[in-house]
Design a protein around this ligand. Structure first.
Ligand SMILES: *Cc1c(COP(=O)(O)O)cnc(C)c1O
Length: 397
């Protein structure tokens, strides 16, 4: 199909849940993508924080091909080696004891909520437990994950939401304390809010919530679907605060493109789920888990964390220059390779202009341009991005 036909057919046949750019992506290599007309794009979106290793990594591709030829799917009534290797890798990296593999981030959140509810149920036998979530959070689009997503627009048409969810203000410990009751079974938030506009948790907030949870017997669920897997410079963002959650959700970069997510828990919490409580047909299949195993291996081999810390510091520096140079750039936020600049105007036009110049960027919140590139970018990729973004900003001012 030619480019025009692909776009026209997509608009005819796909349910219109996205306003797409008029571009058909065809292939990727490293930190670059190419469309069907051969135009090159520097990718600072990584398929929304997914392709941490960049595109077309030989070793990753070969591992997948080998697994395809061996076994793609079985069922969870049998063991398979890739899922065990992936479980070992992700529990070691997170410091958690047990894992349940899912097919997406949303399902990881869904499972985390169910686990928290079951744990509380086993403790007091009641079935009306409450969860505290945060305003401007994003946890996914299924009914459970949507119910803890603090975005009225996403929820409105789909009510009623599951009951017992209360929303506190992110980075405001008092607002959380006000909502705690004897019914509260869990507090859930992103260690770095992504979709909401790139807001890292303040140390006093995350430490304070942990303490509150310990005092009141509440589970702390950290959603690291976007900020986890090395993006902040440590394998998981909470590790930089010295805080450990009871349950953590992971996805996006876990499979680096192959759909796989997970929720992990400490031993004491994990054992609340027993056969019959939760399940999935695809989750933990050998192909998805072979991808995750290779991802952890390549993180080590390529020194990904070290690269994130180095290029993340450089990105910080270069973004601060934009704050100083352009009146419409209000501030920079974020850490490592999850960063954002808040504009005084909608970022739509800037992002569209950047795209014309061959630079892919995503927005977050209302006025934020988000930077979530592959974790293997170099300082010269950052320079190229800043140059193109600078041109785009100049044209909009
Ligand atoms: C993307 C995201 C999700 C949802 O993950 P999907 O794979 O799209 O279902 C949940 N939480 C956070 C923090 C995310 O960034």
């Amino acid at each position: 199909m030619d480019t025009k036909t692909i776009i026209e057919t997509a608009e005819e046949k796909l349910i219109h849940t996205y306003n797409r750019y008029q571009i058909v992506l065809d292939r990727g290599d490293g930190v670059r993508l190419y469309d069907t007309d051969g135009k090159e794009y520097l990718d600072f979106g990584a398929g929304i924080a997914v392709f941490a290793l960049g595109y077309n990594n030989r070793e990753y591709n070969d591992a997948l091909k080998a697994q395809i030829d061996k076994l793609i799917h079985t069922s969870n009534y049998f063991y398979n080696e890739p899922s065990v290797l992936a479980a070992k890798a992700v529990t070691a990296a997170s410091g958690m004891d047990r894992v349940f593999f899912t097919n997406s981030g949303t399902e990881a959140v869904e499972g985390a909520i169910k686990l928290a509810k079951k744990y509380a149920y086993l403790k007091d036998g009641s079935t009306d437990h409450e969860i505290i979530a945060m305003e401007h959070s994003f946890h996914g689009r299924s009914m459970g994950a949507l119910a803890v997503t603090g975005n009225r627009h996403y929820q409105e048409a789909f009510g009623p939401m599951i009951p017992g969810i209360k929303f506190a203000k992110y980075n405001n410990l008092d607002s959380v304390k006000e909502l705690v009751s004897d019914k509260t079974c869990a507090i859930i938030f992103e260690t770095v809010q992504g979709e909401g506009g790139v807001y890292p948790a303040e140390p006093e907030f995350i430490e304070g919530v942990r303490k509150l949870c310990d005092e009141r017997g509440i589970l702390l669920i950290l959603d690291e679907i976007q900020c986890g897997m090395g993006r902040t410079g440590s394998m998981f963002a909470y590790q930089q605060y010295g805080v450990k959650p009871d349950i953590v959700t992971v996805a996006k970069a876990l499979g680096c493109g192959v759909p796989v997510g997970a929720f992990l828990a400490s031993e004491d919490v994990a054992k609340a789920l027993v056969p019959g409580d939760h399940g999935t047909t695809y989750g933990g299949n050998p192909l998805a888990c072979a991808a995750a195993v290779k991802v952890f291996e390549l993180f080590d081999k390529l020194g990904v964390l070290e690269n994130v810390r180095r290029t993340g510091a450089y990105l910080t520096e270069r973004l601060e220059e934009l704050v100083n140079k352009y009146d419409i750039v209000k501030e920079r936020r974020g850490v490592g390779l999850i960063q954002g600049i808040e504009l005084t105007v909608s970022p739509k036009e800037v992002i569209a202009k950047a795209l014309e110049k061959g630079l892919i960027l995503f927005s977050a919140g209302t006025n934020v341009i988000r930077f979530v590139p592959p974790l293997v970018i170099t300082e010269s990729d950052v320079d190229e991005m800043i140059e193109k973004l600078g041109e785009a900003l100049s044209e909009v001012v």
